[in-house]
Ligand binder design. Sequence first.
Ligand SMILES: [Zn+2]
Length: 184
Amino acid sequence: MRLPAIKVYRAFRAFDHMPDGDCERYVRRVRANAGAAHAVGPLVAAFVIALAWFIGWPFAATVLPLSRYIPLPDSAEMQFILLVATGALAVGVGSLIIRDGLMYEALRRELARTDCRKCGQSLLGVPISRIGVDPDPAKSFIKCPECGRKFCLLDIGLAPHDLVPLEQRHLPKDLATIRRRVGA
Ligand SMILES: [Zn+2]
């Protein structure tokens, strides 16, 4: 695993050849499908951290000689300002870490959907063989180029468009013009 600098999706090699705009569109789609946990998780984290911080530190200060271990200001007002400032920082950073952690996990799961169920090789871009001309997932099959295992798309919950390589999924910016020109 590579550590993402700022953008979570840059932790995955699958996005290496995609510009930020396309990655962010992909991330937005994954987030929209990820369910309530992604929206609620960072808020819950913020609430729990705030609770722990603003109750934990004042409590610790009553039972421990904190000023012996931490350089604290002498006045109660300054100690209160320090508590609020560090608490806000902890809440902000903590909820961002939870948000990015949830997004990392959602992206990992989404990318793993198109991996071979037997050996883990990516099946993106692997040609699909069909029985008949219908693009029916029940009659569409794919063979892992690594281990040779054959899968029916319906059985592994994939549609043909799921297997299009990520870098080929973006739409040209002038799609509306192209459509008008060809009369589509
Ligand atoms: Zn395989």
